[in-house]
Design a protein around this ligand. Structure first.
Ligand code: ZN
Length: 99
């Protein structure tokens, strides 16, 4: 299973080979072309859930990577994407009227 490096979609198809014979793939969601990279391991949904929980515990990214044996570059990407799509929660405390 190969993940799109742009949108993390698994909806990818083979797209020929590049000059050095590596398999090229095309993401059907965002149309990005990329090369299969055996270093980019697939992170399962279960693992992502654990990552989410560890992030809430305010663990360092490096610590999470060590605990889950995932690459730090993947996690940085993941976090970046996560905070890009989820707008920062603004803590709005309702003001008490009167008193
Ligand atoms: Zn994509």
């Amino acid at each position: 299973m190969f993940l799109c490096p742009s949108c993390q979609s698994t909806n990818t198809v083979k797209n020929g080979h590049i000059h050095n014979g590596k398999q090229s793939r095309l993401c059907k969601d965002c149309r990005r072309q990329f090369v299969e990279d055996p270093d980019k391991i697939f992170i399962s949904a279960e693992k992502r859930e654990i990552v989410d929980r560890l992030l809430l515990e305010k663990l360092s990214l490096a610590g999470i990577c060590r605990a889950l044996q995932i690459s730090e570059s993947w996690l940085q990407d993941y976090v970046k994407r996560k905070y890009a799509e989820v707008p920062q929660q603004v803590d709005v405390t309702p003001k008490k009227k009167g008193a």
